[in-house]
Design a protein around this ligand. Structure first.
Ligand code: GTP
Ligand code: MG
Length: 410
């Protein structure tokens, strides 16, 4: 089974670089031909509306295919509409076509193509707008294959005022066209890293490394899903979707990843549960529809035993799993650890369809609506082709997701 990764905009390519480096460092990934083809090149496609970031990527990741790097001449100025509809000039307006063409060729090179993992920011003009457009096109072109979006939410302070509109429009598009959405909050990753450093200095590179480890926690091969004879078939992303997003109305996945050396599974599970935010600002508990707990570095095969001896129940209680799902937690394990540089830690990753998304969606909706009602910056969106109907539809879609999650966990 083969998976193609598609990286859009600065964030999608920078997080992607860190993620792809992890993949390349993993022996089983190279052998299984899931993300890498038999010439050793990545099954990845990279697009940005400006050249800077993809040029850097080209220099640092020789396994990326030159013809799978697509770039325009100027960025989309943090404007979803400009990213989605593109520039009017002929030379710059072919990013969508060039990307879908590169993707088509890459998919045709796959033996057994399963789906696309899309990486992009929620708030950059290219990541959000072009990311939404590509999501729509891919759904149309490959209706029978999976489409999983890994999207990155902006820091809550110090960023563009347009981020609320961009996030709203992107969340709505992802809900319509993707099969699942792994939403990573930049704030959450930053906060976690700040707790680990004495001087509080955290670089974007640090953020991307931790983010890519979270993703590897889920996507790298596991022993549980490997066929008894032979190599990994790379089904982890798609089994994740089957386990955590069976209902199309509620498909947001939150990842909680904790890695440490020389620590028991019991302690590692305890530490990861400490990281979890369990209540909203009003003190009401979040709820979990279903999840997967993945242990890596399980040399002695104890992970399943520890979970069966009560720790599985501890995870379910901490995540407040819904009563109506009799099997809310799947358990996967792997002997192999996630390798990055000199670090070689055991890890637990819990990927959960978790209702904390309601709080985030409500905040985005509230801020976008406040600006919208005051007509703030809207001329920027009308100028490039956005319409009132588009915004109305996005507000409605986000309202529906919020309602569906509230109903599902009540
Ligand atoms: N985690 C992470 N977030 C990033 C990174 N680079 C940018 N971001 C976030 O992404 C958002 C901005 O999106 P970008 O990806 O820079 O924008 P773009 O998609 O290139 O779009 P334009 O530049 O507007 O055309 C902000 O919320 C940034 O905080 C990165 O390397 N890692
Ligand atoms: Mg950019």
């Amino acid at each position: 089974m083969s998976t193609v990764t598609l990286h859009v905009g600065q964030c999608g390519n920078q997080v992607g670089k860190s993620f792809l480096k992890n993949l390349i460092d993993t022996e089983e990934v190279k052998e299984s031909l899931t993300y890498i083809d038999n010439s050793g090149k990545l099954r990845s496609v990279h697009v940005d509306s400006e050249p800077k970031v993809v040029h850097k990527l080209r220099k640092s990741l020789s396994q990326v295919k030159e013809k799978n790097i697509i770039c325009g001449k100027r960025g989309r100025g943090t404007n979803w509409a400009l990213g989605y509809y593109g520039l009017k000039s002929e030379t710059e307006n072919n990013l969508v076509d060039d990307t879908t063409e590169a993707l088509r060729k890459e998919i045709e090179r796959c033996d057994s193509y399963c789906g696309v993992i899309l990486m992009h920011s929620l708030s950059g003009g290219t990541g959000s707008g072009l990311g939404s457009r590509l999501c729509e096109v891919i759904r149309d072109d490959y209706p029978m294959n999976y489409l999983l979006s890994c999207t990155f939410a902006p820091f809550s302070s110090g960023e563009s005022p347009l981020q609320h509109y961009n996030s709203l429009l992107t969340l709505s598009a992802l809900q319509r066209y993707s099969d699942g959405i792994i939403l990573t909050y930049n704030d959450e990753i930053l906060h976690r890293l700040q707790k680990q450093t004495s001087d509080n200095i955290v670089s974007m590179e640090n953020i991307n490394q931790l983010t890519s480890k979270n993703l590897c926690g889920v996507f790298l091969p596991t022993d549980t899903l490997r066929p008894q004879s032979g190599l990994s078939i790379g089904s982890e992303p798609w089994e994740l979707l089957r386990s955590t997003c069976p209902m199309p109305s509620t498909k947001f996945i939150h990842i909680n990843h904790k890695a440490k050396s020389k620590v028991s599974w019991e302690n590692l599970i305890g530490l990861s549960l400490q990281n979890l935010t369990k209540h909203n600002k009003q003190g009401e508990p979040f709820g979990c529809l279903s999840g997967v707990a993945i242990g890596r570095g399980d040399q002695s095969g104890l992970f399943h035993q520890v979970l069966q001896k009560g720790f599985s129940q501890r995870i379910k209680t901490s995540y407040n799993c819904v009563k109506w799902n009799p099997f809310p937690l799947d358990i996967w394990s792997a002997k192999q650890k996630i390798i990055q540089g000199k670090e070689n830690f055991s890890s637990i990753t819990i990927a959960a369809n978790y209702s904390n998304i309601v709080e985030y969606l409500s905040t985005v909706r509230y801020k976008a609506k406040l600006m919208y009602d005051n007509q703030a910056y809207l001329h920027w969106y009308w100028r490039y082709g956005a319409t009132q109907d588009l915004f109305d539809e996005a507000f409605n879609t986000v309202d529906e997701i919020i309602e569906d999650y509230k109903t599902a966990v009540s």
